[in-house]
Design a protein. Structure first.
Lengths: 198, 258, 198
C-alpha cells in the first residue's frame, strides 16, 4: 500500500479512537511496519496544520489524537454549555512537584510547598491526574505518587520528557529533602510548641 | 503597622503558603535571596501575621511555624561566633536551608505557572473522548453491563439536547412514571431488545426525559429489564429480564452496582 | 463573519459532538442564522467528499456527524478488536475484595458487593487475575479464591504487601479510593466531561 492510500485509513483510525492512538496499535491492526505508519501520521499532521482546519492532529501521551484548535475554545464551550476545566494554584503546584520529581511522597510535596497538600492530592487522584505507584521502601512505607497518562493528555504532552526543563535555581536532592523532612517538624505542625521553641 | 505592610493587599489567601509569602516579600523589597536580611524580613512577616489576626482571620499553622523558624534563624545569626573553625564545619549559614527551600519552591511555582499556560484539554482544546458510532454499531463488540454512571451520562447528554420545558404546555397526565413504565414494557413486547433512543419520539422535552429516566430506574430496580451497552457511551440496549434465550455474553449478568 | 471563517468553527463543533449536531444548535451557539450555518455545513460536506479523506461529513437523523468512510469499516473493526482490556466497575470491586480479603469465598464476595458475582468471578479467572486456592474446610466445601502473579504484574506491584492498606485509605473518601483504584494502569477512568475547580 502506498502512503497516499494509507493516509486516509490511518486518518479514520485516529478519528474513531476515543483516546490518543499509538502508532504501534495502528501498525498492528494494519499489519504494516511502524515506520511507515509514523510517516503517514506526520504527513497528516502537516496537512492539517496547513489547511486551516477546525481541528489538528496532535502528538500527545505517546499517541496521536485529533483536537480542536485552541482559538475555537469559546465556541466549543458555548455549544456544550460546559464550564472549562480549571486548576487551582495549589493543585498546579502539587502537580508540578509530582510531575518533575516522581516518584514522590506526600511528605516531600508538603515540605517543598511549605503547606499541607492532602486536599489537593485528593483532588488530583480523583481527577486521575496522579496515581499511587506503590510504597516507598523506607520506615513508615509512605505511598509514592506519580503522574498518569491522563496527565499527559490534559497538558497536551507527548511524554514526560517533553515537560519543559526546570529553571535551576538550586537543586535539592531527594536525599536532602528526606533528611530535612525528618528533622523539621513541618509535616504536622504544632504552632504553639513551635513558637515556644523560638 | 508600617506603611510597607499597609499598602499591600493583606490576604494570606493570596499566598499558597509561607514560602510564597516570603518570596513575595523578598521580591517586593528587592532583597538578595542569597543574603536575606533576617531582621527586616522577620519584622515584615510578623506584621502581616499580626494584621491577619487583627482581622480575625485564621492564620494557618504553616504560617505560624514559619514565623517560629524565622525567629529561630534570626536568633542564631545574633549568636557570637566564638570559634571561627566552627563555621567551616557543621554550622553553615543558618539561613541556608531556608534559602534552598525558597529557591526550590520558586522553581515549582514557576513550573506550575508554565504548565497552566499550556493549551489544556477541556479548556483550550477539545477532543473526541467518546468512541465513534462506527465502533459501537458493528455488533461484534462485547457487551458490557451498563452501570448507573453510563445511564446517567446518557441522560445528561439527552438533557443537553432537550429544549427547556414549555411550562404551560406540559400536561400532568403525560408525565406519569407508571404510564411510562407501561409504555416501555409495551414497546418491549415481542422484541428481544430495544435501543434506548427508541423510547423517545423525535425530540423529547426535559420532563419527558426525566420521567423516562425514573421509569427506567424503576424497571431496573424491579429487575424487569436489563441494560447492556456494547461500549462505553455506545447505544444502550434494553432487554427484558425474563427471556427465552440467554443474553449475549457479558461481564456480568445483571446491573452490577445499581 | 464570512463563510471561510465560519467553516472551521462549524467543523470543530461537529467534531467534538458525540451525537449528530443539528444546525439549529450550532446557530444558537454561534448566534448566526440557521441558513448560513447550513451553507457552511454543505460546503464542508462537499470539501470532505472531494478530498478523499478518511471520514466524511454525513447528514444523519436530525443532524450532521463525521463518519468514517464505509470502505474503511474493516480496518476500524480490526483496530477495535485488539483494544486494550477494560475493567467493568463490577470486576474491579470483586477484584479489590479478593485482593484484600484473600483467601475468600464467592459467598463473601457476593455478600460484600450485595449482588451476585458469579459472572465477574468467571471473567477474573479467565483473565488469570484470580485463582482458586483450594476448598474451605466448612460444610459445603466452598472454593476459596486469591490473586495471582498476573494480578501483581498488572497493577505494578512487587508483592501483596505493597498493596496500599485499607488503613491508608481510612481518612480518604470513597471517591478517593475509587480514584486510587482507577488510576492503576490499564483501568480506564470515566472520561471526564467537565471538571470542577479544586
Amino acid at each position: 500500500m502506498d502512503i497516499s492510500e494509507l493516509k486516509p485509513i490511518v486518518e479514520s483510525l485516529v478519528f474513531v479512537s476515543p483516546a490518543p492512538l499509538r502508532p504501534e496499535r495502528i501498525a498492528e491492526a494494519l499489519e504494516i511496519d511502524r515506520g511507515t505508519i509514523l510517516e503517514a501520521l506526520q504527513e497528516l499532521q502537516a496537512d492539517y496544520q496547513r489547511a486551516g482546519r477546525g481541528f489538528v492532529l496532535q502528538q500527545v501521551a505517546e499517541g496521536f489524537q485529533f483536537r480542536t484548535r485552541p482559538e475555537y475554545a469559546d465556541w466549543v464551550l458555548r455549544l456544550n454549555r460546559n464550564r472549562p476545566v480549571r486548576f487551582s494554584r495549589a493543585a498546579l503546584e502539587a502537580l508540578a512537584i509530582i510531575a518533575y520529581r516522581q516518584p514522590t511522597t506526600r511528605a516531600e510535596i508538603d515540605y517543598l510547598r511549605g503547606v499541607d497538600s492532602g486536599g489537593v492530592l485528593k483532588t488530583l487522584l480523583e481527577r486521575h491526574l496522579v496515581r499511587i505507584l506503590g510504597k516507598k521502601d523506607v520506615p513508615g512505607k509512605p505511598l509514592i505518587y506519580g503522574t498518569t497518562r491522563t496527565f499527559l493528555e490534559f497538558f497536551g504532552l507527548r511524554d514526560l520528557a517533553s515537560l519543559p526543563t526546570l529553571k535551576e535555581f538550586s537543586d535539592l536532592s531527594p536525599a536532602e529533602v528526606d533528611a530535612a523532612i525528618a528533622s523539621v517538624p513541618g509535616v504536622a505542625p504544632h504552632p504553639q510548641t513551635a513558637l515556644d521553641d523560638a | 503597622m508600617s506603611a510597607a505592610v499597609v499598602d499591600f493587599d493583606v490576604h494570606l489567601s493570596n499566598f499558597e503558603g509561607p514560602l510564597d509569602l516570603l518570596l513575595h516579600l523578598i521580591r517586593k523589597n528587592e532583597m538578595d535571596v542569597y543574603d536575606i536580611p533576617m531582621a527586616e524580613i522577620t519584622r515584615q512577616y510578623l506584621l502581616i501575621l499580626d494584621a491577619m489576626q487583627d482581622l480575625n482571620l485564621d492564620v494557618a499553622g504553616e504560617f505560624l511555624l514559619m514565623a517560629a523558624t524565622l525567629l529561630h534563624i534570626k536568633s542564631r545569626l545574633l549568636l557570637p561566633v566564638s570559634d571561627p573553625d566552627e563555621i567551616e564545619t557543621e554550622d553553615e549559614d543558618p539561613r541556608a536551608e531556608l534559602v534552598r527551600r525558597l529557591l526550590e519552591y520558586q522553581k515549582y511555582k514557576e513550573a506550575a505557572a508554565t504548565m497552566d499556560g499550556f493549551p489544556l484539554l477541556g479548556r483550550e482544546v477539545f477532543g473526541r473522548d467518546f468512541p465513534a458510532p462506527e465502533l459501537t454499531e458493528g455488533g461484534e463488540a462485547e457487551l458490557e453491563a451498563v452501570g448507573l454512571f453510563e445511564l446517567v451520562e446518557a441522560f445528561r447528554a439527552l438533557l443537553r439536547e432537550a429544549p427547556e420545558p414549555y411550562v404551560h404546555e406540559v400536561e400532568a397526565e403525560r408525565l406519569s412514571v407508571s404510564d411510562r413504565i407501561n409504555a416501555i414494557l409495551t414497546l418491549l413486547l415481542g422484541r428481544d431488545s430495544l435501543a434506548f433512543m427508541e423510547l423517545f419520539n423525535g425530540r423529547p422535552d426535559r420532563p419527558e426525559v426525566v420521567v423516562t429516566f425514573l421509569a427506567m430506574l424503576e424497571l431496573v430496580k424491579l429487575q424487569t429489564v436489563r441494560l447492556l451497552q456494547n461500549a462505553r457511551f455506545g447505544t444502550i440496549w434494553i432487554y427484558p429480564a425474563v427471556e427465552a434465550e440467554p443474553a449475549p455474553a457479558v461481564d456480568e449478568g445483571s446491573l452490577g452496582y445499581l
